[in-house]
Design a protein around this ligand. Structure first.
Ligand code: CAO
Length: 546
């Protein structure tokens, strides 16, 4: 292992630049050329890439700090021994970046030497063709975004189009204030240096086209610098690196605008190629926020990268079926709970040896009553007692978290696996019902669920849920809280296990239990007491009548 320090390379003559964004933190794994920080001078913003691959062990700068060439940025631990076998400070040589120099002339000067300028001069205004500048290579690059439309008024330095090569993406800035007359390219076009991009009627100070805006495509950061250069924002964004900031793929111009609006870029869904966040996305985000609509879509929002659509048919035969309404509703509820509720799950095992003996002794009685007696009625009853004694588990958040509603009733939902999907009928007043009444209701509700005969009222008002996979199998699972409830019990398959009783190992039937809870409401202590009581109650069901 060796430690290497990455420093600010030659930033093209800029005397100093401000750190406007940290793209990595201590502990992050970075790849060679991944952007580490974004610097902004009065002329340009640029992302400083890593010169090595490894783990960031120290970040030596903070946002707002002024840096110059040679300023240390981060320390990276690189796999492999250094020559001396100890930590060293190395800096990969980064070739200096040629500053971009634009000559600026007043229209009057241009008129006096029209032959030297490819621009057409009409009265006070000048028609100028903006072309692809020097992109450091003769190879064509892809035009991935046209950022303006005909009729747009642009300021000096406004980005006009975005080009992307294998190494970098770059925004071509407007050389002057003016109006876009005609756009000569479209997204997806392949362009190279000198190709015409658009016609501009310039009305302000303009850059002479004979010295076109030059945007090198380096393997290093780029800067533009010259006293006369209009303010340009020229990124040299390595494609992999440009997603480094929380996975957000956006150029410096968009990042700058987002900062001005105080928008967290991770909240914005990019509509550009490969999910790139473009200016229009920011505008839409602001408009939606102002209208009070969620600017974050149901999926892929909240900074969560959307899961890409895959064409599975590419890999073999597939059959596509539409999902049932119930399935989609369950999915939405699960996702909502998973995203909103800080879940914790605690596990325990209840010794149900005696309970099972008691239960099997009642089989004949169950038949006589034309019902079935499974462990479920006992679980319901035990939960009702534990909910009564641990009332936080029988509460719900209200008023956006300001209040807690303690329910004075005990209604328990029971997850039922049906061919149409998951349903959760609610058994009311469990604490007031006998085991036989509960047995009948379990059977009736499960039947109604499977026959799709449940009414909305049958599924409302639950305080807590039991999800039993005991008849299916498994040794444990972590159920998702059925909001606005704050707790759910997952029950797995009971199994005979040897248990040490102090003198010998005896076979006991153990029932695996998992209690998931909303940690905003229920603490580990509450949950621990609840689960321990449940284990005691199921271990000695005589206690249920106490
Ligand atoms: N361990 C071992 N055996 C168990 C058991 C357990 N934890 N729980 C039930 N069994 C046994 C029952 O005793 C019964 O056997 P016997 O007839 O010999 O007594 C057998 O399994 C079948 O029981 P059942 O499933 O018909 O009845 P139930 O009361 O235990 O459960 C219901 C009813 C509706 C909860 C259940 O059928 C069901 O649908 N479970 C699925 C819940 C689910 O999908 N949860 C996941 C939600 S998140 O995706």
């Amino acid at each position: 292992m060796s430690k290497q320090q990455v420093k600010v390379p030659d930033i093209g003559g800029s005397e100093g630049a401000e750190v406007i964004e940290l793209l990595v933190a201590v502990g992050d794994e970075v790849t060679l050329d991944q952007s580490l920080i974004v610097l902004e001078s009065d002329k340009a913003s640029m992302e400083i890439p890593s010169t090595v691959a490894g783990i960031v062990v120290e970040v030596l700068v903070a946002e707002g700090e002024q840096l110059a060439e040679g300023s240390p940025v981060v320390v990276i631990e690189v796999a492999g021994e250094s020559a001396e076998g100890e930590a060293t400070e190395l800096v990969k040589e980064i070739p200096a970046v040629e500053p971009v120099v634009e000559q600026v002339a007043r229209p009057a000067e241009l008129e006096s030497s029209p032959a030297e300028s490819p621009m057409a001069v009409t009265g006070g205004a000048v028609n100028q063709t903006v072309t692809v500048p020097d992109i450091g290579s003769d190879d064509p690059v892809e035009l991935i975004e046209v950022m303006v439309k005909t009729g747009d008024n642009v300021a000096e330095g406004d980005s006009l189009v975005v080009l992307e090569s294998d190494k970098a993406s770059m925004e071509v800035p407007s050389p002057a204030v003016g109006e876009v007359l005609e756009i000569l390219v479209k997204e997806g076009d392949s362009v190279k240096q000198g190709d015409e991009l658009l016609q501009l009627r310039t009305t302000g100070v303009i850059a002479v086209a004979a010295a076109p805006t030059s945007i090198p495509v380096p393997e290093t950061p780029v800067a533009t610098s010259a006293a006369s250069v209009p303010e340009v924002v020229v990124p040299a964004v390595d494609k992999s690196a440009s997603t480094g900031s929380g996975g957000v793929y956006a150029g410096p111009a968009v990042r700058k605008l987002a900062r001005e609006f105080g928008i967290e870029l991770g909240m914005v869904v990019g509509s550009g190629p490969r999910g790139r966040v473009v200016k229009g996305d920011l505008q839409q985000f602001v408009q939606k926020s102002l209208r009070g609509e969620s600017a974050v879509p149901a999926t892929g929002g909240a900074g969560i990268p959307a899961i890409p659509e895959i064409d599975f048919a590419k890999f073999g035969e597939v059959e596509v079926t539409a999902r049932s309404k119930l399935d989609k509703l369950t999915a939405a509820n699960m996702q909502r709970s998973w995203l909103n509720v800080p879940h914790v799950t605690q596990f325990d095992e209840a010794d149900i040896t005696e309970l099972e003996e008691f239960r099997s002794g009642l089989k004949a009685e169950a038949q006589r009553r034309d019902t079935r007696l499974t462990p479920m009625p006992f679980l319901l009853k035990a939960c009702a007692v534990a909910l009564r004694d641990n009332s936080r588990l029988n509460s719900s958040l209200a008023q956006g978290g300001a209040n807690l509603v303690y329910k004075q009733y005990i209604h328990i939902g029971m997850a039922v696996d049906t061919p149409a999907g998951l349903m959760v009928p609610v058994i009311r007043d469990v604490d007031k019902k006998t085991i036989w009444e509960l047995a009948e209701e379990v059977l009736a509700m499960a039947g109604k669920a499977r026959d799709r005969k449940l009414m909305p009222a049958d599924m409302q008002g639950g305080c807590f849920t039991i999800s039993s996979l005991g008849n299916i199998g498994g040794t444990g699972f972590t159920p998702i809280v059925n909001t606005p409830e704050v707790g759910i019990l997952g029950v797995s398959k009971a199994a005979l296990k040897p248990v040490w009783d102090g003198q010998a190992c005896t076979p006991r039937k153990l029932l695996p239990l998992a209690l998931s809870y909303d940690h905003r409401v229920v603490n580990g202590g509450d949950a621990g007491r609840f689960l321990s009581q449940l284990v005691v109650l199921l271990g000695d069901i005589r206690q249920l009548v106490m």
